[in-house]
Design a protein. Structure first.
Length: 261
């Protein structure tokens, strides 16, 4: 059980965060606080602005206006510090298929300046936790997608970051592998790490401490899955998501169902 939000530090904060591409507003005045040790779910259809927001928070893209901090670093001026302080796992598999699992982890450790002794200690922690021992010396191309996702998570956390961004981490894997992967996410949060995760699978949102629903670049609902379902009088996140988006897209509708603060 998480401590009340007021007792935990805010590690990701945005105020009026906005990103435009020409006349198109991808992220529209986003206000958001995410707390230490929280699994925070970011829900929305394709084009809702989730991936653009994550790229800004990971130091990969500058906002057009507004402010934000990640791990205490300003998204406008400290992007390199942010990159060194977080873990990021993209929705596209980004490891090297022609390297072994071990070689991939060594490569990513090198990017973060991790020496051989520290890497050995991290592998002693990560390999049993992610059950990668039997795959460690196999070519990455030869292992199933569910295991590749575990390797990608190991690569994203090899430098032991306090905040981990996972952009649709379970896309394309079977339900059993998805469930196992969320067990690993839960372990990360229990160890004190903050996990900021996007997903298209509504059932996965139930594993989050809080979720936001994003539509047309805005957060239209934010809260715990149980609270949001109770407020709407609905039984599933799928029903909640569809109801919120439909209501938001009615003419004259504004943000509904909660606040992003």
């Amino acid at each position: 059980m998480l401590e009340p939000e007021t007792e935990r530090p805010v590690v990701v904060r945005t105020r009026a965060l906005t990103r435009k591409f020409g006349a198109f507003t991808a992220v529209d005045a986003l206000d958001l606080d995410v707390h230490e040790g929280e699994i925070f779910g970011f829900l929305g259809a394709n084009g809702a602005g989730k991936t653009t927001t994550i790229k800004i928070l990971c130091g990969l893209l500058l906002p057009t206006s507004g402010t934000g901090t990640v791990a205490g670093f300003d998204v406008l001026t400290r992007s390199e510090d942010i990159k060194r302080s977080i873990g990021y796992m993209s929705q596209r598999f980004s490891l090297y298929d022609d390297l072994s699992v071990r070689e991939n982890l060594e490569f990513y450790a090198g990017l973060y300046g991790i020496g051989s002794r520290r890497l050995a200690r991290r592998l002693d922690e990560l390999v049993p936790r992610l059950q990668l021992a039997e795959h460690l010396d196999k070519l990455t191309a030869s292992i199933p997608m569910g295991w590749k996702q575990r390797v990608a998570l190991a690569a994203a956390t090899v430098h032991d970051p306090a905040i981990v961004f996972l952009d649709e981490p379970t896309g394309g894997v079977d339900p059993v592998s998805r469930r196992a992967f969320w067990g690993l996410i839960d372990e990360l949060a229990r160890s004190g790490k903050t996990v900021f995760v996007t997903t298209h699978y509504m059932d996965e949102a139930e594993y989050c401490h809080r979720i936001s629903v994003m539509n047309a670049g805005r957060i239209i609902a934010l809260g715990s899955p149980a609270d949001l379902k109770a407020q709407a009088g609905l039984e599933t996140i799928q029903e909640l998501f569809l109801a919120l988006v439909r209501r938001d897209e009615r003419p004259g509708a504004g943000p509904q169902g909660g606040t992003s603060r």
